[in-house]
Design a protein around this ligand. Structure first.
Ligand code: ZN
Ligand code: ZN
Length: 345
């Protein structure tokens, strides 16, 4: 089968590899129908994920059909359509039992697929701890509707969940890339009084205005003035998803006293937490990575028509043209938000 492979810093290639096999009784093998490219794949390509293992197949956001299960797999069977979770977790350790699955203590725990073990930009993938790592897609939900459930949508859902949003709140979301837009949809489920999205790209600001006309959109240069003009002198909740040079500072400065600042962003560099400047502001910070254990709930919200991320998938390519797909995603060409790789071509 063809598998998009991390060769070395700066180089991914489509190679021939043998189909994966069951290695552990809790494994399942999934025939990938649709996968996508995530900015974390680019981080691997750029060499900024030291634990990524050269030679692995990349890709950690995918849906497919179960074609084989180990003898200890209980929740999915051959023939089931499933979403694959970006995180591998045992379901039994101290952290898993409390829902902190990102910190699963299993040696394979956390982000393993497409980083430390073979991932999904290919035809077949082995999923460890399949009972935790796979969720059945309801019959009325398409693969395209379910594609983002295991990674960016799980992240947006988790960010909205931990941010303690109340109906009287103004929520500021910094960044309207794929994760920011998923976060926006999940924040909307909490019905806050007002949502403001701050985004540098004019194309992405236009996308938000077009799809979510009730949301206020600002550019970074105006953001602080806009939120300081609010009744409480800042946003009640700030969710920082952008992770660019000065967005962390923008996030805490935009928060009103006693606000919650949730940091989902993954930064390339350390950020400054200037406690003397913040003194008396009494902020609460919450920080990422995602605990991706809400996928079943997210799928039922999609089934009920309350979440729909299909408009985020702006480009679709066959696996044979994945180099082209990466080029468009990496250079943010042609209004791209998400690129899907469709194995049915
Ligand atoms: Zn990702
Ligand atoms: Zn665990």
């Amino acid at each position: 089968m063809k598998a998009y492979t991390y060769i070395e810093k700066g180089r991914f290639e489509l190679l021939d590899k043998p189909k994966p096999e069951i290695l552990d009784p809790k494994d399942a093998i999934v025939k990938v129908t649709l996968s996508s490219i995530c900015s974390s794949d680019l981080h691997i390509k750029h060499g900024s994920v030291p634990r990524a293992v050269p030679g692995i197949t990349v890709g950690h956001e995918m849906v497919g059909v179960v074609v084989n299960v180990g003898p200890e797999v209980k929740t999915v069977s051959v023939g089931d359509r499933v979403t694959v979770n970006v995180e591998t977790f045992c379901g039994e350790c101290f952290f898993c039992k409390r829902g902190y699955v990102n910190n699963c203590t299993d040696p394979d725990g956390g982000w393993a697929l497409g980083c430390r073990i073979d991932g999904g930009q290919t035809e077949y993938v082995r999923v460890p701890y399949a009972d935790q790592g796979l969720d059945r897609i309801p019959d009325s939900v398409t693969d395209r509707q379910a594609l983002l459930v295991g990674d960016v949508l799980a992240t947006g859902f988790w960010a909205a969940r931990i941010s303690e949003i109340k109906e009287d709140d103004t929520v500021l979301i910094i960044g309207a890339g794929p994760t920011g837009l998923c976060t926006l949809q999940c924040v909307m489920l909490k019905n806050p009084k007002k949502i403001i999205v701050c985004e540098a790209s004019p194309e992405r600001r236009a996308f938000v205005l077009h799809h979510y006309p009730h949301v206020q959109v600002v550019e970074p240069a105006d953001c602080l003035a806009v939120v300081q003009g609010l009744e409480r002198g800042g946003a009640d909740v700030v969710i920082e998803v952008a992770g660019s040079g000065d967005t962390f500072e923008l996030a805490w400065r935009s928060a009103r006293p006693n606000a919650i600042v949730t940091v989902v962003a993954l930064y390339d560099k350390p950020q400054v937490l200037p406690l003397p400047d913040m003194y008396g502001k009494n902020l609460t910070f919450k920080t990422g990575g995602v605990d991706g254990c809400d996928c079943a709930e997210i799928l039922s919200l999609i089934e009920a028509g309350r979440i729909d991320t299909t408009s985020l998938i702006t480009h679709i390519f066959p696996l044979s043209r994945i180099d082209e797909a990466y080029k468009i995603f990496e250079n943010k060409e042609d209004g791209v938000i998400k690129v899907a790789i469709d194995n049915s071509f």
